[in-house]
Each structure stands twice: as structure tokens, then as C-alpha cells.
Design a protein around this ligand. Structure first.
Ligand code: SF4
Length: 595
């Protein structure tokens, strides 16, 4: 089937929402002829979300940097388009050349959040690629996973041929070399498995131990990390979408990693250590990217942008240019401090939509347990400063279900929000609540996921906020329960994933309107699935022990013990090294200016 001819000669695109999602042709897309190697880069969600993701644009450009490679984009279509494609038997295709995914040599899928896992199986099925790696034939693409969730790849391991763990910049060159040099599927997988940072499940099988599928201690996969962001050219030709997407703006990664040491935070541990890009490099990239895209907004992205040690200097250097070109600057931040408010005021040029802060917990005890490093006075000060600077709306982010949290701690969230409203006289306070999920490779990987009954009791307490005219949005605990299973599972949970997609037709599970816990309950019952072995807390053996992110298990255990004793650990950027283990002679914290 000639896919583009079919799409443009029928009414398929006329009858779906946002047809621009499915036709490519954007400014800066890369189309190459006659390359040796065809790579499909897939974000397992809709176009609007995938195209807003910086890492996705980085990977696209990293692969396309090589003359021998053409990398093309693939997304999961929204439900209306899936129905049309299934009706007319249109296989999933790339946006650049409308090539069926099955015809690529490599299908790279980024694993950003666990609830996207059902989407991955749907993508394989729409591409006519066998769902299980073991069933694939010579002509099928090699399916490679990467991204933060690859730090525990086990729940999806049977569906992938390989994973890369770590920073893509360091590994893409080696992957391309293997594919160019070796032609057979078998040989490529063997050679990939020899590379640092690559895990090939069929060559590294788990064994059953204490009821869990775990790996041999001698088969460790060491993640690969980029020592200096300045060593790689950041993509300055970012694709400019033709339709409205979640973030339609230029994005520059200002630094990678965060050493604040929040004990619940997966990204904080996985992307250690902090590596700042130099001010000179940032300035150059910002000007080039704006020249090459025409965007009127630029965002400086990282896990905690306000921690960039020379942020004021950088802003002073670029602001005249941005003002001249009428480009607005956004600094995504939820840091609770006055600097954050003052900077937002400086950049807001009169528009004051709202500020976001993440105290994460209501009581000081809980903030110390999670190592958040802020106290109540700072929270009150920051809200007061916001009001003084003309802000009238704030959003506060908290979690419930944290280790050692009691109902009294949750009542403290209500008390804190109520008092902030009373004292600040802000027009609007919104409280957003998420449910804590223990994540692999964090100090809280040993924690249990709180049982649903107890979470529901805590949620009842939080609804008291409405009495004080405070808006409250609470994440569905059932959704978090499912997410926790796929964050903490071993290869045995993959069967659940298969059944939820092919028996219940459940995809897009991170979208509230598509999530139905009854479907999951049916699949759990059918499989006599015992979630408690993943959710009740682990002792020493973990399904992801064979992945070494560089942060040592001793450090994580020690942090877990410190949390029980309500002891804090300082950020090593501003105090001494806390021996997390990630630094070595080639990798260290890079901060442009010592504090
Ligand atoms: S090894 Fe020390 S200096 Fe390096 S990131 Fe860990 S705590 Fe910080």
C-alpha cells in the first residue's frame, strides 16, 4: 500500500481530530535518500506529547547526524486514527517518508513513564511486528528501548530485543557502527550486548529466587553517562510543529542531573551527577536555535533550572537579544524560594498567570524524611513574596502515601494550604496531590506502596480543603497502583501487560478517561496475579539489581535508613561529597561557579 497516496486520496484525515499529527512535513524535519540504515524513533504516545519532549528531539538529531542513517519519527495515533488505520489496514508508519515501521532496521522506543507500556504493545501490533522478541524473524526490526524507565526494564523485557541504559549521546555512535558492520539480526544482538550500557534480554535471562525473577550477580549492565554536555552539539534545528502541541517552543537543556537528593525522586538519582552546560555554549545555542526555528518562546530545561549556578549571568547576557526579537523566556521551576519568585517577576513582563511550588509534604517531619530541604518559614516567605510581586494564583504540589506518613501528616497539608491562603490573601490556591510510588534506584525503592484503603482515608482528609475554597486535584490511586506494579515488577508482570492490551483493548492508561481499573482487575484475577510481592516493600534482592546506574546500593540503603531516623543529607554541590558512588575519574559534578 502507498500510505501517503491512500491518506491523501480518501477522507481518512478529514474525519480524525488534528490530522496534522499524521502527515509530517514540518519545518526542520529531516528526509534523506538512499541511506544504508533506517531507524524509526518512536515516542509511545500521541504526537502532541512526543514532539514536546526534548530527549526525543535530541535522539532524532543524534541518529541523523550520521550520513549512513536516516532516522524518522513514529508516534502512537490517537484512538480515532487507530480505528481508521485498522479499518483500512494501514500499518503504522513514519512521518517523514510514510514508511511502514516494519521496514526499518531498528525501532527505538523511549520509555518515559510506566503507564505508556500498553501503548508500546499497541505500536508493535499496528506495525505487524511480533509482540514478543522471541517470535521475531530476520526481517523484523530490532526493537530497542531507552529512557529513564529502562533502569528497571524487566516488566517490558520480553517485548524488547535490547535496551540502552544511560545517556544516548554516548551510545548512538556505537549502535550505528554495529548496525553498519553486521547484517544478521543474531550477530547485531550479540555485538550490541558487548557494548557498555546495552542489555539484551535473550542473552541475559533471569532466574527465580525467593519468588522473584532476578539476574545473576555476574551479569551487571553498567549505565553509560556523558561526562560533559558541551562535548555534544545540542540540536539547533528543532522541528517546528504545524499544529498546537503541549510545548510549542524552543527548548535548550541547560544542565543534566540534580544532586539535591530527594529520596523519592527517580530522575534525581538516575541522572546523577549534575552537569551544567557552559554559559558560552548556552548563549550560542539559544541564538542559533531561535534563528533556525523562528520560535517566540524559549525554555531552559533541566530537573531544577533555578539551580544553574550562573543563571543570572546567562539571563543578563541573553535578555537584550530576546527582548529585541520579542522572544519570551520560560524557566520551568517548582522550587520553593524567593529567588524563584523574583526571577519569575523579572521575566513575566506584566503577565502573571500563576506560580507553581512543590513542598511535596505538609509536615516538617515528612519533608525531612524525603530530604526536601525546606522548612515552613521558607514556604510562607515565598508565598508572601509572590503576593508582593503581584501574583494572585499559586499551585502547590504534594504527595501522599510516603514512607512513615500518618494521617496527621496529611492533615498538615490541609493546615498549611489553609494558613497560606489566610495569610497571603492570594485569590486562588490550587493543591495538586499525587500518590507516592516507590521507584527503582532511589532510597525509597525499599518502601511499600501504601494500601488503597489507607490512601482513600487520606484522600478524604484532603477533601476538607474545599471547605476553605481551595481547589484540590487528586491523582487516582488506582492508576498509581498499576503504575507501581510496572515500576517495581520483574518479567512476570509482562503477561499482565499483554492481556490488558489484547484482551481489554486498554491503551493510553495515563489518560483518566481511558483508565478503567475494572479492566485491570479482570486481568489480575484471570492471571491469579499477586501484586503484593512487588508492592509490599523489598528487602535485599531487587529485580533491577543487575542495572548499575552508578549510584551505589550502599548509598541508597544508607539513605533509606537515614530517612527512618529523619536525618537529612546535604546537596554535594554545596557541601561535602556524600559518597553516592557515581563520580569517577571520567565523570564528576560540573558546576560553572562555586557557591
Ligand atoms: S559521588 Fe559525591 S560528588 Fe559525586 S555526585 Fe555523588 S555525592 Fe556528589
Amino acid at each position: 500500500m502507498n500510505i501517503s497516496k491512500f491518506l491523501f486520496s480518501t477522507d481518512v484525515l478529514h474525519n480524525v481530530l488534528k490530522p496534522g499529527r499524521y502527515i509530517g512535513g514540518e519545518y526542520n524535519e529531516i528526509i534523506k535518500d538512499k541511506t544504508k540504515l533506517k531507524i524509526a524513533i518512536c515516542f509511545p504516545d500521541i504526537y502532541d506529547i512526543g514532539m514536546s519532549h526534548t530527549g526525543f528531539q535530541i535522539l532524532y538529531n543524534l541518529f541523523n547526524y550520521y550520513d549512513s542513517v536516516s532516522a524518522e519519527r513514529v508516534f502512537l495515533p490517537w484512538i480515532d486514527m487507530i480505528e481508521k488505520m485498522e479499518k483500512y489496514k494501514i500499518p503504522l508508519y513514519s512521518l517523514e517518508t510514510y514508511t511502514p515501521v516494519k521496514n526499518f532496521d531498528l525501532l527505538g522506543i523511549t520509555l518515559q513513564y510506566e503507564l505508556s507500556y500498553p501503548n508500546i504493545l499497541k505500536i508493535l501490533s499496528m506495525s505487524d511486528i511480533p509482540i514478543y522478541s522471541k517470535d521475531r524473524k530476520e526481517e523484523d526490526p530490532i526493537v530497542l528501548g531507552g529512557g529513564p524507565c529502562s533502569s528497571n526494564p524487566e516488566p517490558v523485557a520480553p517485548f524488547f530485543d535490547a535496551f540502552f541504559i544511560g545517556d544516548g549521546e554516548e551510545i548512538v555512535k556505537n549502535i550505528v557502527e554495529v548496525f553498519n558492520k553486521f547484517k544478521s539480526r543474531e550477530q547485531r544482538l550479540i555485538e550490541l550486548s558487548k557494548l557498555k550500557g546495552i542489555y539484551v534480554p535473550k542473552l541475559n535471562k533471569p532466574i527465580l529466587k525467593n519468588g522473584l525473577l532476578v539476574h545473576d550477580k555476574n551479569k551487571i549492565i553498567n549505565s553509560i553517562k556523558l561526562s560533559d554536555l558541551n562535548n555534544f552539539k545540542f540540536p539547533i534545528n528543532q522541528i517546528v510543529s504545524n499544529i498546537k502541541i503541549v510545548h510549542l517552543r524552543a527548548i535548550v537543556e541547560i544542565m543534566r542531573g540534580c544532586n539535591r537528593g530527594c529520596r523519592f525522586c527517580h530522575a534525581g538519582m538516575f541522572y546523577r551527577p549534575t552537569r551544567e552546560r557552559s554559559v558560552e555554549n548556552m548563549e550560542k545555542i539559544i541564538y542559533e536555535i531561535l534563528e533556525n526555528t523562528g520560535f517566540h518562546e524559549i525554555s531552559l530545561l533541566s530537573l531544577s533550572t533555578l539551580d544553574y549556578s550562573m543563571l543570572n549571568e546567562l539571563i543578563d547576557r541573553i535578555l537584550p537579544y530576546l527582548n529585541e526579537k520579542h522572544v519570551s523566556l520560560s524557566l520551568p521551576s517548582s522550587r520553593v524560594d524567593k529567588f524563584s519568585v523574583e526571577l519569575s517577576s523579572k521575566l513575566s513582563s506584566g503577565r502573571k498567570a500563576g506560580l507553581t511550588f512543590a513542598p511535596e509534604a505538609g509536615s516538617q517531619k515528612m519533608r525531612d524524611i524525603i530530604n526536601k530541604g525546606i522548612d515552613e518559614k521558607e514556604i510562607f516567605d515565598v508565598v508572601k513574596t509572590a503576593k508582593e510581586n503581584g501574583w494572585n494564583r499559586i499551585k502547590l504540589y504534594f504527595m501522599i502515601g510516603l514512607p512513615n506518613e500518618t494521617e496527621e501528616d496529611v492533615e498538615e497539608i490541609v493546615k498549611l494550604a489553609k494558613n497560606l491562603k489566610k495569610h497571603s490573601k492570594l485569590k486562588e490556591i490550587t493543591v495538586n496531590i499525587s500518590v507516592f510510588i516507590p521507584k527503582p534506584h532511589t532510597p525509597f525503592q525499599y518502601s511499600k506502596f501504601e494500601d488503597l484503603k489507607s490512601l482513600k482515608n487520606k484522600i478524604k482528609i484532603l477533601y476538607q480543603l474545599k471547605k476553605y475554597k481551595i481547589r484540590v486535584n487528586i491523582q487516582d490511586p488506582y492508576q498509581s497502583y498499576v503504575e507501581a506494579i510496572f515500576a517495581l515488577g520483574d518479567q512476570n508482570v509482562s503477561k499482565i501487560l499483554y492481556d490488558i492490551v489484547f484482551e481489554e483493548n486498554s491503551i493510553f492508561q495515563q489518560w483518566d478517561e481511558n483508565f478503567n481499573f475494572n479492566s485491570w482487575a479482570r486481568i489480575f484475577n484471570k492471571n491469579e496475579f499477586d501484586a503484593s510481592k512487588y508492592l509490599n516493600g523489598f528487602n535485599d534482592i531487587l529485580p533491577w539489581d543487575f542495572i548499575n546506574t552508578g549510584v551505589s546500593k550502599e548509598f541508597l540503603k544508607n539513605e533509606w535508613e537515614k530517612s527512618k531516623n529523619i536525618e537529612k543529607t546535604e546537596d554535594c554541590r554545596w557541601s561535602s561529597c556524600s559518597m553516592c558512588g557515581v563520580c569517577n575519574k571520567n565523570l564528576k559534578v560540573i558546576v560553572n561557579k562555586e557557591q
